[in-house]
Design a binder for this molecule. Structure first.
Ligand code: HGY
Ligand code: MN
Ligand code: MN
Ligand code: MN
Length: 411
């Protein structure tokens, strides 16, 4: 292997190795606190220790590795991302940032560099929030944004989450103590696939992220009347599925009407869900994002109003519960400049681009300066097993990250 791509080859090999851990044979699904999450956390724990980091799995299921700086107890520069995935996922969304950070840290340790700050690598356990209906992004626990009702609420979701965390070996009572003080953190740098087409179109391997969109997520319920599909005349039905379908189209129409915004009904469950029964109940999710918080909140309100009008006209019930509301985040100008300069030292002309996806960097930005380096992915495809990057681009991103960390140490 030529020196030019040694780091990239190691990153790709480790990502391929972690991709073996899945909860669903034949496709990559690694949900928070699942057996595959446990196996991946253990594997990352071993890699961190082999790299020369002291490592542990924390109370909420994050894997954390640490290397002290020139004296013990210094604030840390944190590198990392998440190891959970969506269902039928690609292998790079999350693990690229964890493994890229780990390989960069290992390179620094191998060179015997002693930094003026501690170096940490983190593999967050839940960024996708796919398995549990709370917004317990585990990076929020670090940012002191943990809410006890996520685990102590009486609703089924909280009980399921609490039981799963205990079964995983986590410690619900230990979560509040994970909250970091801004004094503990020098900054956070995350490598992540772009999950979009801009870098590929520009012919650039990496880009520096300017900011991350704000996001609102809600659980919505439509209640009609289950009834016989063969005997109830069309005009006498209270069909929850027909109402929910009209609501989903309203979400799409209203989302299209706000520049830069997106609005998605991503999951929908029908009860009882039988061929000859008019749907009595539909539960669906709503995900609304926009670069500007006021526009996002106005869009959420417009969607809610439209759904209530549809419900009223159709004689069905409608309720919505917002369970996540992230403000848009501008990433740190100083760290962005550091990544930009490092990329230019490697001969790249990094794009500056906003992120339509949310990331662990949103929580970490509440703790201190945070920045992200995007990596080109083929066709911009993500949240899909066709997600792919090249070894060369993995090498480029890891070297840019390494260079940025060393430049920060010199600053
Ligand atoms: O939903 C997102 O933007 C991220 O992939 N969790
Ligand atoms: Mn991700
Ligand atoms: Mn994702
Ligand atoms: Mn992320």
């Amino acid at each position: 292997m030529t020196e030019t791509h040694r780091l990239g080859a190691r990153v790709m090999a480790l990502i391929d190795d972690l991709a073996r851990h899945t909860d669903e044979p034949g496709r990559l699904t690694r949900l928070y606190l699942s057996p595959a999450h446990r196996a991946t956390a253990e594997a990352v724990l071993g890699l961190m220790r082999a790299a020369g980091l002291s490592a542990r799995i924390d109370a909420v299921g994050n894997v954390v590795g640490r290397r002290e700086g020139r004296e013990p107890g210094l604030p840390a520069l944190v590198l990392g991302s998440h190891i959970d995935s969506v269902v039928d996922a690609g292998r790079y969304d999350g693990p690229l940032g964890v493994v890229g950070g780990l390989v960069a840290a290992q390179e620094i340790i191998a060179r015997g560099a002693v930094l003026p700050f501690a170096l940490e690598v983190v593999a967050f356990g839940d960024e996708e929030n796919v398995r549990f209906p709370t917004s317990l992004s585990t990076s929020k626990a670090w940012a002191g944004q943990y809410r006890p009702e996520w685990l102590e609420g009486r609703d089924a979701g909280a009980t399921r989450l609490r039981d799963a965390l205990v079964a995983f070996g986590g410690d619900p009572d230990g979560i509040p103590a994970l909250a970091r003080s801004p004094r503990d953190v020098v900054g956070y740098l995350e490598i992540h696939i772009e999950q979009g087409p801009a870098l590929e179109a520009a012919g650039q391997p990496v880009g520096v992220v300017t900011g991350i969109v704000g996001l609102t997520r809600a659980r919505c319920t439509v209640t009609g009347e289950a009834n016989h599909a063969g005997t109830v005349p069309m005009g006498m039905r209270r069909d929850a599925l027909a109402a929910a379908a009209e609501m989903a189209l309203a979400v799409e129409r209203l989302g299209e009407g706000v520049p830069g915004a997106v609005a998605t009904v991503g999951s929908l469950a029908v009860t009882p869900g039988a061929v000859n029964v008019i749907a009595g109940r539909v539960d669906f999710t709503l995900d609304v994002r926009a670069p500007e918080d006021g526009a996002r909140r106005a869009l959420v309100a417009a969607i809610d109003a439209a759904c209530r009008v549809i419900a009223g006209r159709r004689g069905v019930g409608y309720s919505a519960e917002i369970y996540m509301d992230n403000r848009a985040v501008d990433l740190d100008p100083g760290l962005r400049a550091c990544l930009d300069a490092a990329a230019r030292r490697h001969g790249f002309a990094p794009l500056r681009l906003a992120s339509g996806a949310t990331h662990d960097a949103v929580s970490m930005a509440a703790l201190g300066p945070a920045a992200m380096l995007f990596v080109r992915c083929r066709g911009g495809i993500s949240h899909n097993p066709a997600e792919s990057i090249t070894l060369e681009d993995a090498d480029a991103a890891t070297r840019v990250l390494l260079d940025a960390v060393l430049a920060l140490a010199e600053a």
